[in-house]
Design a protein around this ligand. Sequence first.
Ligand SMILES: [Zn+2]
Ligand SMILES: [Zn+2]
Length: 160
Amino acid sequence: MQIDIKQLFENEGQIIPFVGEVDFSELRVEGLSNAKVKGEIENRSGIVTLRYSAECHMTYLCDRCLKECTAHFDYKFEHMVERTLHNDDSEGFVLVPDGILDLGALACEDVLLELPSKYLCKPDCKGLCGICGKDLNEVDCGCKSDNTDPRLAILKDLLK
Ligand SMILES: [Zn+2]
Ligand SMILES: [Zn+2]
């Protein structure tokens, strides 16, 4: 998804709205859908700002209980856009030397940084019982967990 913003740099007050879809298959994140993106690029007094939202969803298995879940993400991003680097600090700027903004590539980068590092069905998921394998969110299986560490079990045998 590429947007030609050559004219925008010349025209103070101009706004380019856009809406589209960004393909996330290149990110190789399992279960992640493509994103619907929507936003605008504005030249306000010579300062060009890009604002957009990226909506996508992801199907994943809970890290603890392996239940299949779907999470919806609606991220918002804002960047300053420049044609040339004014100083060595490019932090936070999107550079478009040729005046063509590659929104697809940018959205891939932005969303990848925001995705959660842990995937749980709920923040306090109790996971599966290490002994009987039952889902502890649904049942209290009653297994005694104080003997679960096999190294401890060996020690206990030695101390008999
Ligand atoms: Zn879970
Ligand atoms: Zn159990």
